[in-house]
Write a protein that binds this ligand. Structure first.
Ligand SMILES: NC(=O)c1ccc[n+]([C@@H]2O[C@H](COP(=O)([O-])OP(=O)(O)OC[C@H]3O[C@@H](n4cnc5c(N)ncnc54)[C@H](O)[C@@H]3O)[C@@H](O)[C@H]2O)c1
Length: 354
């Protein structure tokens, strides 16, 4: 193992303070910096390392290039009692989506459902934090976003659709866990390839093709090529679905025109589609929770196939990881800490301690 691959455990509160300090020094309002750092550290805590604090250098590059406005305020317009639209004005996707889900929850508390469409936004990282925002208010949710081209449509070979995650959630009962699905329609999220590149690791050959259409275990070559959709035409259709609801419907970029978070040369114009639903619309909350507990138990206690030690509910692995990382700290490679500290040097804030 090289020095740059050596791992260090970082306390999540120290990390949050550090990330917020970089954001504020780059012009983000303290309240917005708190939202962004919470979302990024939430991904780190849940083990979604690909979409956590390591994204800071790429987001800051966008600010420096003038293609992400850290001071933008999302503007909200109500359309019907249950539908609203947000223009993110090219600010942080985290801030626009947070405002969107807050409004969706507010409408759902009164009318049972609330739906918010977001345009002119940016990458919002791990979708599960938006699902968690809804869960904290006891709400079910749908969280869709589109993203920059990375995936061919089924039968195609050019990058066209985004590896756009589909996420949704529902509160659990007293015995089980909440349901949190958050998945990219590719075999693996592209962030996992960036992570392997940062850490000097190889990737499984099933994940991507190089620029000549050959399978590769080299993350750099995979990034020049295309990600492979999960389940063939079905993964491709899910990516198109994210573009219909988040891109076409919202007024944001779509059909391959969203600019990626690692390309600071142009605004991204990402779109999101966020829905909050009251779980006790059709029965009491007590009955809903009891039914969720029953479902949870049926799933995790299901008879296991050979070689499987434990069956998990969607989102459960990440919840267990978070419980562990809150106590033990979040593992970061030395090279990742060095790259975050370079950002700190650029704006004169204190280093992240190893
Ligand atoms: N904002 C963007 O543009 C963007 C783009 C791509 C991905 N992402 C994010 O990347 C992250 C990673 O996506 P991914 O598709 O690689 O996720 P993943 O494959 O790690 O997990 C997908 C889902 O499967 C569940 N799961 C995984 N292993 C399981 C098991 N053994 N048993 C039961 N359930 C299991 C997880 O809980 C999760 O809900 C997500 O948070 C996603 O939002 C964001």
């Amino acid at each position: 193992m090289t020095d740059s691959q050596r791992m260090h455990l970082i306390n999540h509160e120290d990390l949050k303070t550090f990330v917020a300090s970089i954001l504020i020094a780059n012009g983000t309002a303290p309240a917005d910096a708190a939202i962004v750092s919470n979302c990024l550290v939430s991904a780190d805590l849940r083990g979604v390392d690909t979409h956590g604090s390591n994204r800071i250098p790429s987001y800051m590059a966008r600010i420096r290039a003038g293609n992400l406005n850290p001071r933008a305020t999302p503007i909200l317009q109500s359309k019907t009692p249950v539908a609203a639209q947000i223009d993110g004005h090219n600010g942080f996707g985290f801030v626009a989506a947070h405002a969107g889900m807050a409004k969706a929850i507010e409408m759902a508390e009164i009318y049972g459902i609330g739906m918010v469409s977001v345009k002119h936004s940016n990458h919002f990282g791990m979708s599960a934090w938006v699902v968690q925002q809804a869960l904290e208010k006891g709400m079910m949710s749908l969280v869709f976003t589109n993203s920059s081209p990375a995936l061919p449509v089924w039968g195609g070979k050019e990058k066209l659709m985004g590896v756009s995650p589909i996420a949704c959630g529902a509160p659990g009962g007293s015995r089980g866990r909440p349901f949190i699905l958050d998945m990219a329609p590719s075999i693996a999220a592209r962030g996992k390839i960036y992570k392997a590149l940062r850490r000097g690791e190889k990737i499984p050959v099933e994940w991507a093709l190089d620029r000549d259409g050959f399978r590769t275990d080299d993350p750099a070559k995979a990034l020049e090529g295309v990600m492979l959709p999960m389940g063939g035409p079905k993964g491709s259709a899910l990516a198109i679905m994210m573009d219909v609801f988040s891109g076409v419907f919202s007024g944001a970029a779509f059909a391959g025109q969203v600019v990626g978070p690692y390309d600071p040369s142009k605004p991204s114009d990402v779109g999101h589609f966020l829905v909050a639903i009251k779980p006790d619309l059709f029965m009491s909350m007590e009955e809903f929770r009891e039914r969720m507990d029953y479902l949870y138990e049926r799933v995790v206690e299901s008879e296991k196939m050979e070689g499987v030690e434990r069956i998990y509910f969607p989102g459960e692995i990440e919840i267990i990881t978070e419980e562990k990382r809150r106590v033990e700290g979040i593992p970061f490679a030395e090279a990742e800490i060095a790259s975050l500290n370079q950002e700190a040097d650029l704006v004169g804030v204190e280093h992240l301690k190893m």
